[in-house]
Design a protein around this ligand. Structure first.
Ligand code: ADP
Length: 343
């Protein structure tokens, strides 16, 4: 019911004029609609200098929203998204990254499959003829070397820069090579930014069409600092379908919005399960939550990936599904996602 109400409100706003511009609301950028138990909270981003125009219009808009079937209440909230003053423009000269498009893969929490998605997107982009690098910045669980089947350590070139390890044609480098795996998390904080800087500055990345950046899960300082310092072209947020995961994913999206990084879209991982015995589809973590969330947040939905044993096995054995099982349904889903990224 709440989803239906949300859809109806968004539809209504598409034809309702923003009192400042005189044009219908841009529902992707200017409004956010959240409906819980029939009660709608509609947040509208406004220019604080024009608050009066919006306040005059508020009652009218509220009445219109209250005409939506089954709605119980409607709150209109005006917010002026404060530009964060101290956010510097990315210092590209310092990092001197030559990738044409840096795409950050993020998740609100760990274990939702962010690294799996990063590795498979990198492989899919490579399959589509792009040159790709893959930077594993997941300080809490660097798993890209395992997923990409890397079992050696990088060496340095004559300029003392680390040479990324080539795996399936993708240039890979992981924070795991710089911080020993058994370093307690508490020590990681201070070491982390230094090590991450090294990954950007002291690696001979060369030029690639895409750099996939596997961020640490969550929305802490580290993620924010990377997002500010690296010229990220766009971010993708991975979530599983349950509400709890989505709440965290929402935080991730807000973080990118704060630092003015466009969110390219959401991916739902572990979306459903097709039983290989009964061939029935099971929606273990419920289904479709991420797609709905994308709609609510006015961002794209890039695709859904089922819970699949072959994917898990091939990831954990370092034999990416897009290389070893090209005809697998999941390899095809990743190709479709990669095509959307290229668009
Ligand atoms: P995160 O980076 O979010 O912490 P990982 O990518 O490391 O998560 O995934 C956690 C575990 O879940 C890994 O063992 C991985 O192989 C498995 N996994 C991820 N996605 C799927 C999926 N769609 N189906 C089955 N297993 C998956």
């Amino acid at each position: 019911m709440d989803n239906q109400i949300t859809d109806n409100i968004i539809e209504l706003l598409k034809y309702y004029n923003n009192p400042s511009t005189g044009k219908p609301y841009d529902v992707k950028k200017e409004v956010n609609v959240v409906v819980r138990n029939g009660e709608a909270n509609i947040t509208i981003n406004i220019n604080p200098n024009e608050i009066e125009k919006f306040e005059i219009d508020k009652k009218n808009l509220q009445e219109r929203v209250l005409s939506v079937p089954n709605i119980k209440a409607a709150n209109i909230i005006h917010t002026a998204e404060k530009k964060i003053e101290n956010i510097k423009k990315p210092d590209t000269t310092k990092y001197n990254l030559k990738a044409k498009n840096i795409i950050a893969i993020a998740s609100g929490k760990g274990g939702v499959g962010k690294s799996t998605v990063s590795a498979n997107i990198a492989i899919a982009l490579k399959e589509l003829g792009k040159s790709v690098s893959l930077l594993d910045a997941d300080i809490f669980g660097p798993s890209i070397p395992r997923m990409m089947g890397i079992n050696k350590k990088p060496i340095t070139n004559e300029d003392k820069k680390l040479i990324p390890l080539d795996s399936y044609g993708v240039k890979c480098m992981s924070i795991g090579f710089l911080i020993p795996e058994d370093t307690p998390t508490i020590w990681r904080g201070p070491m982390v930014m230094k090590a991450l800087e090294q990954l950007f500055i002291n690696v001979d990345w060369g030029e690639t069409d895409y750099m996939i950046l596997d961020l640490p899960p969550g929305t802490g300082d580290t993620q924010l600092t990377i997002a500010q310092k690296v010229p990220v072209k766009g971010a993708i947020v991975v979530s599983t379908p349950q509400d709890v995961a989505l709440i965290d994913a929402r935080k991730g999206i807000n973080m990118f919005k704060k630092v003015n990084i466009p969110v390219l879209g959401l991916i739902e991982n572990m979306s459903y399960f097709i039983c290989d015995k009964c061939n029935q589809r099971h929606e273990i973590f419920s289904y479709g939550g991420t797609k709905n969330e994308a709609k609510k947040l006015g961002t794209n939905f890039l695709g859904e990936i089922p819970l699949n044993i072959q994917l898990r096995e091939s990831s954990d054995q370092g034999k990416p599904i897009g290389v070893y099982h090209k005809n697998n349904e999941i390899a095809k889903i990743y190709l479709e996602i990669a095509k959307k990224i290229i668009e």
